[in-house]
Write a protein that binds this ligand. Structure first.
Ligand SMILES: Nc1ncnc2c1ncn2[C@@H]1O[C@H](COP(=O)(O)OP(=O)(O)OP(=O)(O)O)[C@@H](O)[C@H]1O
Ligand SMILES: [Mg+2]
Length: 268
């Protein structure tokens, strides 16, 4: 039997080798503090995926951390000719992935994936990429999907001069009535044009900047044929009504739901 110390050393060696490959392929880690942050999230699988993306020149630099969430870390990065982008890395070791299973297992697009933790996280990453593509094709304001590999998603940066747009909760609207109408319009177009229900919509997953609102964090979004689609849609509407309830006049949530799903309500 191999001793644990030896195994750890072997993994360390492999990660060091991957690190070397990363810098050989031209990817810059901007500073050593940043290196430390990355070490905490980057396991071997992630480094490998990152190495592939760097090698294919999808990313050319990794910058500072933008956010550390329950399941994912978001970093600023560069791609192409030094354009800003964002890397979202779902954590394999420490991510809270139980909630992911519920969404993914009911989604007909992902019905035949293996159900190990890694497979679910990879499928989730792919799902966020395809949800963003679908939303973008339907003309919704979402980050541009650029690439994905395993647990890593590369997308367009929403912000100005390197500063990300704030979440709606941190930048309450000057004209709440207009912002409320804009939110309902986004939910409606997402359902009717992109055929998606966001599923985790709130003032946390809406960014405000450049004179408009943006939808982000689409990993959990489902198509209308998901068995819980209407329940998720109703919850999204409720969250938006809760946020705007003490800021402007809001509409009845059942009426909003009926207005959005229309005849879908009566299809068997
Ligand atoms: N494309 C982007 N451009 C600018 N900032 C972004 C972008 N995507 C995410 N962010 C920032 O990172 C934060 C976290 O991103 P996101 O909501 O996608 O993941 P999360 O909430 O951490 O996911 P989880 O549900 O796994 O915890 C956002 O609230 C936003 O501030
Ligand atoms: Mg979020």
């Amino acid at each position: 039997m191999r001793r644990r110390g030896e195994e750890t050393k072997k993994t360390d060696d492999r990660i060091e080798a991957l690190d070397r490959k990363l810098s050989e392929s031209g990817i810059r880690i901007r500073d050593s503090d940043q290196r430390k942050v990355l070490d905490e999230v980057f396991d071997e699988v992630t480094l490998l995926a990152l190495y592939k993306l760097a090698n294919k020149k999808v990313i050319t630099a990794v910058g500072g951390s933008i956010s550390t969430g329950k399941e994912a870390n978001v970093f600023a990065a560069e791609h192409g000719e030094g354009e800003d982008c964002v890397i979202k890395i779902y954590r394999i070791r420490t991510g809270n992935f139980n909630a992911m299973s519920d969404y993914i297992l009911g989604d007909p697009r992902f019905s035949n994936i293996r159900k190990t933790k890694k497979e679910i996280i990879f499928a989730w990453t792919k799902k966020e990429y395809s949800n963003l593509s679908r939303a973008q094709e339907a003309g919704l304001p979402v980050p541009e999907p650029i690439a994905f590999d395993r647990n890593i998603l590369i997308m367009g940066f929403l912000g100005e001069d390197g500063v990300p747009y704030p979440q709606l909760r941190l930048d309450p609207p000057d004209d709440p009535e207009a912002a409320y109408t804009e939110c309902l319009d986004l939910i409606t177009r997402l359902y009717q044009k992109a055929r998606l229900v966001h599923g985790d919509l709130s003032e946390y997953n809406i960014l405000s900047g450049g004179g408009r609102l943006w939808l982000i964090d689409m990993g959990q979004a489902v198509t209308p044929d998901h068995p819980s689609a209407h329940r998720f849609l109703f919850r999204d509407i409720r969250n938006i009504n809760r946020y705007f309830g003490n800021r402007c006049t809001i509409h009845d949530e059942h009426e909003i739901l009926r207005g959005i799903v229309g005849e879908d309500f009566f299809t068997p």
